[in-house]
Design a protein around this ligand. Structure first.
Ligand code: CA
Length: 349
């Protein structure tokens, strides 16, 4: 009885001719390729698919609110939507970090498997339950690069005293092995490296790093990005505004966010190979981190993750799900992607 009343009321309230105007705020510099392109693409898609019933105005970081105030702006309803990465909100909800990237965690494909098929999204919803927000996966960088260094990294001892721009759990890991993790905004990385304020910095991958010109101020470019093996980007939605939307507009936003996962990851993969070749040809010393360094950082990262879990019950719950899923999904990856990658790598070199 109650259910049929609800749907009757809903039907009356849906005005197919109403035009809604929403804003989207982002954590990205307004001119940042791929990420801002994706935000603009989603706005266009939503407007077109809704036949103009939901129009979205795009604001780059700093254009409506400062980049790292996107969370609060969407929470307060200043903007209906946001785009960024959940690990920026560690100070508000520590468990949010697990939905972007975990050092030595899962890659893009595995993250999506966890989020869409392994209970990850439900935990993301629970993480934000005390906020007026919903977080949805909307884009992925793929495996990032390990970063730009002005000193060689041959052993774990080489991190002693190293000043590196590296956020989040990766930064805590660097601190654990004797370095210091510096918080430096994207726009200041170049001059900080140039002036020796920092010895190293990670950013994204070859395409973005090349466009930032880091090859002019750092000598060594290390891989892989152990700290961000498949960073999931985040579409924030104001919960109250979301709940007031008719079902079709909700589905349009959801499907457009889904499309971002594929579109952004494809753009990164399409550009990074060429940029890496150009960097190497231009004199950048591209190197793989030694195994000994990777296993040392892995041990330090495990300690960091356990500490986060020990101090926050929600993080403990998310970490448990994450870790369990990673082991399970690896058992399949070890018999599928891994041997196949090794096979084609051999044939292409
Ligand atoms: Ca990064």
């Amino acid at each position: 009885q109650e259910e049929s009343q609800d749907s009757a009321v809903k039907e009356v309230n849906v005005n197919k001719n109403q035009t809604l105007q929403w804003k989207v705020v982002t954590t990205w510099p307004p001119t940042l390729p791929i990420l801002m392109d994706g935000v603009r693409l989603l706005a266009e898609q939503v407007t077109t698919m809704s036949q103009g019933r939901l129009e979205i105005e795009v604001f780059g970081g700093g254009e409506l609110v400062p980049p790292l105030e996107s969370f609060d702006a969407v929470d307060a309803g200043t903007a209906g939507l946001g785009h960024g990465a959940a690990y920026y909100w560690a100070g508000k909800a520590p468990a949010a970090q697990f939905f972007t990237a975990v050092p030595f965690g899962m890659n893009a494909q595995q993250m999506y498997a966890w989020l869409f098929g392994g209970g990850g999204q439900e935990l993301w919803d629970e993480t934000y339950k005390d906020f007026n927000l919903i977080g949805l996966p909307a884009g992925n960088t793929g495996v990032q690069m390990g970063g730009w260094f002005n000193r060689e990294i041959n052993t774990l001892d080489d991190f002693q005293g190293l000043k590196m721009r590296i956020p989040g759990l990766g930064g805590q890991t660097i601190a654990k092995v004797g370095g210091s993790a510096e918080l430096i905004a994207a726009g200041e990385i170049y001059t900080s490296l140039e002036r020796g304020v920092i010895d190293a910095s990670e950013w994204v991958g070859p395409y973005h790093d090349q466009s930032m010109g880091f090859n002019k101020v750092a000598q060594y470019y290390y891989y892989p990005g152990w700290h961000e093996p498949g960073s999931v980007l985040e579409r924030l939605v104001n919960r109250q505004a979301w709940e007031a939307l008719p079902d079709d507009l909700r589905m349009i936003i959801q499907v457009a966010a889904h499309a971002q996962n594929n579109w952004m990851l494809s753009q990164f993969d399409a550009q990074n190979g060429n940029s890496l070749q150009e960097l190497a040809a231009g004199g950048t010393d591209v190197r793989q981190f030694p195994d000994e360094v990777m296993s040392g950082l892995k041990g330090a990262a495990d300690e960091v993750l356990q500490e986060v879990a020990d101090t926050d019950p929600m993080s403990a719950k998310v970490y448990e799900s994450f870790r369990k899923f990673q082991v399970e999904v690896a058992s399949w990856g070890n018999a599928s992607e891994k041997p196949y990658y090794n096979l084609i790598q051999t044939e292409s070199t």
